[in-house]
Design a protein around this ligand. Sequence first.
Ligand code: F3S
Length: 107
Amino acid sequence: MTHVVTENCINCKYTNCVDVCPVDCFREGENFLVIDPEECIDCAVCIPECPANAIFFEEDLPDNQKIFLSINKELSKTFKNINRSKKPMEDSEKWNGKSNKLQHLKR
Ligand code: F3S
């Protein structure tokens, strides 16, 4: 079991989640973060920290976000470690809550 970063993180990347993770399991891409499922200990402390409500426990994933389980797994192999928060993306407020953002994911 793992926690999963989903679509609403794309182009927002607030990174608040990173500061509370006790095992540094977040990985960073250009406009999205993922959780490395091999490292996540399911502590759930990141969930309430995300202003975009983008993090779910694997079993709580909405149907239309289930694809992000494999996306997190795949991209955690190539995205880089991040263990400290940084500024959100410039247009994060504009993108927060937009639908159909998967097409904008930079891998
Ligand atoms: Fe993304 Fe939310 Fe973290 S927008 S970077 S999962 S705080």
